[in-house]
Design a protein around this ligand. Structure first.
Ligand code: ADP
Ligand code: MG
Length: 228
Protein backbone atom coordinates (compact mmCIF):
# COMPACT_ATOMS: atom_id res chain seq x y z
CA UNK A 1 0.00 0.00 0.00
CA UNK A 2 1.28 3.43 -0.98
CA UNK A 3 -0.24 6.40 0.83
CA UNK A 4 0.67 9.95 -0.11
CA UNK A 5 -0.92 12.26 2.40
CA UNK A 6 -1.24 15.96 1.54
CA UNK A 7 2.34 16.12 0.25
CA UNK A 8 3.94 19.37 -0.86
CA UNK A 9 7.45 19.63 -2.27
CA UNK A 10 9.06 23.04 -2.66
CA UNK A 11 12.62 22.83 -4.01
CA UNK A 12 15.47 24.78 -2.48
CA UNK A 13 15.27 27.41 -5.23
CA UNK A 14 11.57 27.96 -4.49
CA UNK A 15 10.23 25.91 -7.41
CA UNK A 16 7.07 24.00 -6.65
CA UNK A 17 7.39 20.26 -7.35
CA UNK A 18 4.18 18.98 -5.78
CA UNK A 19 1.33 20.90 -4.19
CA UNK A 20 -0.82 19.18 -1.53
CA UNK A 21 -1.13 15.84 -3.30
CA UNK A 22 -2.95 12.92 -1.73
CA UNK A 23 -3.00 9.51 -3.41
CA UNK A 24 -3.54 5.98 -2.24
CA UNK A 25 -2.41 3.01 -4.32
CA UNK A 26 -3.42 -0.48 -3.27
CA UNK A 27 -1.34 -3.64 -3.55
CA UNK A 28 -1.40 -5.09 -7.10
CA UNK A 29 -2.71 -1.83 -8.58
CA UNK A 30 -1.49 -0.62 -11.97
CA UNK A 31 -1.46 3.17 -12.06
CA UNK A 32 -0.33 5.77 -14.55
CA UNK A 33 0.89 9.12 -13.29
CA UNK A 34 0.34 11.48 -16.20
CA UNK A 35 0.88 15.14 -16.92
CA UNK A 36 2.95 17.34 -19.17
CA UNK A 37 6.62 18.05 -18.63
CA UNK A 38 7.14 19.87 -15.34
CA UNK A 39 3.84 18.71 -13.83
CA UNK A 40 5.54 16.88 -10.95
CA UNK A 41 5.68 13.22 -12.07
CA UNK A 42 9.37 12.70 -11.35
CA UNK A 43 9.09 14.65 -8.12
CA UNK A 44 6.45 12.17 -6.96
CA UNK A 45 8.61 9.21 -8.00
CA UNK A 46 11.65 10.59 -6.16
CA UNK A 47 9.58 11.19 -3.04
CA UNK A 48 8.33 7.58 -3.13
CA UNK A 49 11.94 6.39 -3.30
CA UNK A 50 12.97 8.77 -0.53
CA UNK A 51 15.51 10.33 -2.86
CA UNK A 52 14.06 13.69 -1.80
CA UNK A 53 12.05 14.74 1.23
CA UNK A 54 8.60 16.34 1.25
CA UNK A 55 8.38 19.92 2.48
CA UNK A 56 5.17 18.91 4.25
CA UNK A 57 2.82 15.95 4.35
CA UNK A 58 3.69 12.29 4.76
CA UNK A 59 4.33 9.20 2.67
CA UNK A 60 3.66 5.72 3.97
CA UNK A 61 4.70 2.66 1.94
CA UNK A 62 3.85 -0.83 3.19
CA UNK A 63 3.34 0.53 6.70
CA UNK A 64 6.65 2.37 6.71
CA UNK A 65 6.41 6.11 7.26
CA UNK A 66 9.26 7.41 5.11
CA UNK A 67 9.67 10.49 7.28
CA UNK A 68 10.54 8.27 10.23
CA UNK A 69 13.13 6.17 8.42
CA UNK A 70 16.67 6.50 9.72
CA UNK A 71 19.43 7.06 7.21
CA UNK A 72 20.78 3.55 7.60
CA UNK A 73 17.32 2.04 7.06
CA UNK A 74 16.86 3.63 3.63
CA UNK A 75 18.83 1.04 1.61
CA UNK A 76 16.79 -1.78 3.12
CA UNK A 77 13.56 0.10 2.37
CA UNK A 78 14.63 0.63 -1.27
CA UNK A 79 15.00 -3.11 -1.76
CA UNK A 80 11.22 -3.28 -1.62
CA UNK A 81 10.91 -1.07 -4.68
CA UNK A 82 12.11 -1.87 -8.19
CA UNK A 83 12.82 1.15 -10.38
CA UNK A 84 13.26 1.78 -14.08
CA UNK A 85 14.06 5.05 -15.82
CA UNK A 86 13.77 6.55 -19.26
CA UNK A 87 17.53 6.29 -19.83
CA UNK A 88 17.85 2.63 -18.68
CA UNK A 89 20.86 3.26 -16.40
CA UNK A 90 22.60 -0.05 -17.05
CA UNK A 91 26.20 -0.65 -16.03
CA UNK A 92 28.08 -0.25 -19.33
CA UNK A 93 30.93 -2.64 -18.50
CA UNK A 94 28.68 -5.51 -17.52
CA UNK A 95 26.78 -7.86 -19.80
CA UNK A 96 23.00 -8.26 -19.67
CA UNK A 97 23.46 -11.29 -17.43
CA UNK A 98 25.93 -9.47 -15.17
CA UNK A 99 23.74 -6.36 -14.89
CA UNK A 100 20.88 -8.48 -13.59
CA UNK A 101 23.06 -10.77 -11.47
CA UNK A 102 24.71 -7.74 -9.87
CA UNK A 103 21.37 -6.67 -8.36
CA UNK A 104 21.26 -10.04 -6.59
CA UNK A 105 24.89 -9.91 -5.51
CA UNK A 106 24.39 -6.61 -3.71
CA UNK A 107 21.67 -8.18 -1.58
CA UNK A 108 23.95 -11.14 -0.88
CA UNK A 109 22.13 -13.84 -2.78
CA UNK A 110 24.03 -17.13 -3.05
CA UNK A 111 25.71 -17.79 -6.40
CA UNK A 112 23.61 -20.91 -6.75
CA UNK A 113 20.38 -18.88 -6.49
CA UNK A 114 21.77 -16.28 -8.89
CA UNK A 115 22.65 -18.93 -11.48
CA UNK A 116 19.17 -20.34 -11.21
CA UNK A 117 17.17 -17.09 -11.12
CA UNK A 118 18.83 -14.85 -13.71
CA UNK A 119 18.21 -17.08 -16.76
CA UNK A 120 14.55 -17.45 -15.78
CA UNK A 121 14.06 -13.69 -15.54
CA UNK A 122 15.93 -13.11 -18.82
CA UNK A 123 13.62 -15.62 -20.47
CA UNK A 124 10.60 -13.85 -19.03
CA UNK A 125 11.65 -10.54 -20.59
CA UNK A 126 12.66 -12.24 -23.85
CA UNK A 127 16.41 -11.74 -23.56
CA UNK A 128 17.76 -15.26 -23.12
CA UNK A 129 19.75 -14.97 -26.36
CA UNK A 130 21.27 -11.62 -25.41
CA UNK A 131 22.64 -12.55 -22.00
CA UNK A 132 26.28 -12.10 -23.08
CA UNK A 133 25.74 -8.76 -24.85
CA UNK A 134 26.90 -5.43 -23.42
CA UNK A 135 24.46 -2.50 -23.19
CA UNK A 136 26.02 -0.71 -26.19
CA UNK A 137 25.29 -3.80 -28.28
CA UNK A 138 21.56 -3.66 -27.51
CA UNK A 139 18.60 -1.78 -28.96
CA UNK A 140 16.76 0.64 -26.69
CA UNK A 141 14.00 -1.89 -26.16
CA UNK A 142 16.51 -4.57 -25.19
CA UNK A 143 18.22 -2.20 -22.79
CA UNK A 144 14.89 -1.42 -21.15
CA UNK A 145 14.08 -5.14 -20.91
CA UNK A 146 17.39 -5.63 -19.14
CA UNK A 147 16.57 -2.76 -16.79
CA UNK A 148 13.17 -4.33 -16.10
CA UNK A 149 14.73 -7.72 -15.40
CA UNK A 150 17.14 -6.06 -12.98
CA UNK A 151 14.29 -4.15 -11.31
CA UNK A 152 12.23 -7.26 -10.59
CA UNK A 153 14.92 -9.87 -9.96
CA UNK A 154 14.68 -9.48 -6.18
CA UNK A 155 10.87 -9.68 -6.31
CA UNK A 156 10.02 -6.22 -4.97
CA UNK A 157 6.33 -5.75 -4.14
CA UNK A 158 6.36 -2.38 -5.93
CA UNK A 159 7.78 -1.32 -9.30
CA UNK A 160 8.16 2.37 -10.17
CA UNK A 161 8.86 3.38 -13.76
CA UNK A 162 9.62 7.00 -14.66
CA UNK A 163 8.89 7.51 -18.38
CA UNK A 164 10.05 3.95 -19.20
CA UNK A 165 9.09 4.32 -22.87
CA UNK A 166 10.31 7.88 -23.32
CA UNK A 167 13.32 6.86 -25.45
CA UNK A 168 11.60 4.11 -27.42
CA UNK A 169 9.75 3.95 -30.72
CA UNK A 170 6.00 3.22 -30.50
CA UNK A 171 6.18 -0.54 -31.19
CA UNK A 172 8.96 -1.05 -28.67
CA UNK A 173 7.12 1.13 -26.18
CA UNK A 174 4.17 -1.22 -26.42
CA UNK A 175 6.37 -4.26 -25.83
CA UNK A 176 7.67 -2.67 -22.64
CA UNK A 177 4.16 -1.74 -21.49
CA UNK A 178 3.01 -5.31 -22.15
CA UNK A 179 5.86 -6.55 -19.98
CA UNK A 180 4.94 -4.11 -17.24
CA UNK A 181 1.40 -5.45 -17.40
CA UNK A 182 2.73 -9.04 -17.15
CA UNK A 183 4.74 -8.06 -14.11
CA UNK A 184 1.62 -6.50 -12.58
CA UNK A 185 -0.39 -9.65 -13.34
CA UNK A 186 2.18 -11.64 -11.38
CA UNK A 187 1.32 -9.59 -8.31
CA UNK A 188 3.58 -6.53 -8.33
CA UNK A 189 2.15 -3.05 -7.78
CA UNK A 190 3.17 -1.02 -10.84
CA UNK A 191 3.27 2.79 -10.97
CA UNK A 192 4.29 4.40 -14.26
CA UNK A 193 4.94 8.08 -14.88
CA UNK A 194 4.39 8.79 -18.54
CA UNK A 195 3.07 11.17 -21.10
CA UNK A 196 2.52 8.45 -23.69
CA UNK A 197 -1.05 9.44 -24.49
CA UNK A 198 -1.84 6.57 -26.89
CA UNK A 199 -0.75 3.92 -24.43
CA UNK A 200 -2.65 5.42 -21.50
CA UNK A 201 -5.79 5.77 -23.62
CA UNK A 202 -5.57 2.21 -24.87
CA UNK A 203 -4.79 0.45 -21.60
CA UNK A 204 -7.65 1.93 -19.56
CA UNK A 205 -5.92 1.66 -16.21
CA UNK A 206 -5.96 3.89 -13.17
CA UNK A 207 -4.96 7.40 -14.23
CA UNK A 208 -3.62 9.93 -11.75
CA UNK A 209 -3.18 13.28 -13.49
CA UNK A 210 -0.94 16.10 -12.29
CA UNK A 211 -0.77 19.69 -13.47
CA UNK A 212 1.57 22.26 -11.95
CA UNK A 213 2.20 19.88 -9.07
CA UNK A 214 -1.47 19.49 -8.25
CA UNK A 215 -3.61 16.40 -8.53
CA UNK A 216 -6.28 17.24 -11.08
CA UNK A 217 -7.80 13.82 -11.76
CA UNK A 218 -7.70 10.31 -10.30
CA UNK A 219 -9.88 7.76 -12.01
CA UNK A 220 -10.03 3.98 -11.80
CA UNK A 221 -10.12 3.17 -15.52
CA UNK A 222 -9.44 6.06 -17.79
CA UNK A 223 -7.57 7.67 -20.63
CA UNK A 224 -5.22 10.59 -20.95
CA UNK A 225 -7.83 13.21 -21.93
CA UNK A 226 -6.85 16.37 -23.65
CA UNK A 227 -7.08 18.95 -20.91
CA UNK A 228 -3.97 17.62 -19.13
P1 ADP B 1 7.89 16.01 -14.62
O1 ADP B 1 8.63 14.78 -14.21
O2 ADP B 1 6.41 15.83 -14.62
O3 ADP B 1 8.40 16.56 -15.91
P2 ADP B 1 9.27 17.25 -12.37
O4 ADP B 1 8.78 16.55 -11.16
O5 ADP B 1 10.60 16.88 -12.89
O6 ADP B 1 8.16 17.14 -13.50
O7 ADP B 1 9.28 18.80 -12.09
C1 ADP B 1 8.19 19.48 -11.43
C2 ADP B 1 8.62 20.91 -11.16
O8 ADP B 1 9.68 20.90 -10.20
C3 ADP B 1 9.16 21.65 -12.38
O9 ADP B 1 8.77 22.99 -12.30
C4 ADP B 1 10.66 21.52 -12.23
O10 ADP B 1 11.33 22.59 -12.83
C5 ADP B 1 10.83 21.54 -10.73
N1 ADP B 1 12.02 20.78 -10.30
C6 ADP B 1 12.24 19.47 -10.47
N2 ADP B 1 13.40 19.09 -9.94
C7 ADP B 1 13.95 20.21 -9.40
C8 ADP B 1 15.15 20.49 -8.69
N3 ADP B 1 16.04 19.53 -8.41
N4 ADP B 1 15.38 21.76 -8.28
C9 ADP B 1 14.48 22.73 -8.54
N5 ADP B 1 13.32 22.53 -9.20
C10 ADP B 1 13.05 21.30 -9.62
MG1 MG C 1 9.99 13.61 -15.24
Amino acid sequence: MITVNNVTKVYENGASGLDRVSISIKPRDFAFIIGSSGSGKSTLMKLLLKEIEPTSGEIIINNINLGGLAHNEVPYFRRKIGVVFQDFRLLPNKTVYENVAFAMQVVETSSRDIRRTVPAILAMVGLQRKSKAYPNQLSGGEQQRTALARAIINKPPILLADEPTGNLDPDTAWEIMDLLEDINNRGTTVVIATHAKDIVDEMQKRVIALRNGQLIRDIEKGGYEDEV
